[in-house]
Design a protein around this ligand. Structure first.
Ligand SMILES: [Zn+2]
Length: 153
């Protein structure tokens, strides 16, 4: 998924109570795993697929969630719903990346990516392979849904 993560966070937040921080947590969680692109391009020189970094691995987030949520619930209960929203949005990011990009859903038991479909490599620049594939319509649908929600808020 290339452009659908940000509006997916917005859609998530629009289906939750309009409490402080929920919208921001949903949008941040929706895009947060892709902040690894900074490391991918500027430090790692694209040596490892960025979906192998910890921010794209569901087992990592499940562990972080299992450790932090009881603490947040106990010591900062006002942040509980935003924190849950953040983790749900991160998992939505992983699900959306599973459509065509591949996610390590079975890590640490397997290092194989799980993906719903493989995008054929037809163009030199990888982004055209995604943008000109019918699956990009899903991203446009997500944007359309988010814009419809925004217009009817
Ligand atoms: Zn991603």
């Amino acid at each position: 998924m290339i452009i659908g993560h940000l509006p997916s966070g917005y859609i998530l937040a629009r289906h939750l109570p309009p409490l402080p921080l929920v919208m921001g947590a949903a949008i941040l969680g929706g895009v947060f795993p892709d902040f690894d692109m900074i490391w991918f391009y500027l430090v790692d020189d694209r040596a490892v697929h960025h979906h192998r970094y910890w921010v794209h691995i569901p087992a990592f987030w499940s562990t972080v969630c299992a450790v932090t949520m009881p603490l947040i619930y106990t010591f900062a209960r006002q942040l509980f719903l935003p924190a849950v929203t953040f983790f749900v949005a991160v998992m939505m990011h992983c699900v959306l990346d599973t459509v065509a990009g591949g996610i390590l859903w079975h890590w640490p038991f397997s290092n194989e990516f799980t993906h719903f479909m493989t995008i054929p490599s037809r163009y030199d620049n990888w982004i055209w392979n995604f943008v000109l594939h019918p699956v990009f319509g899903l991203e446009l649908l997500i944007w359309g849904w988010a814009l419809w929600l925004w217009k009817n808020r």
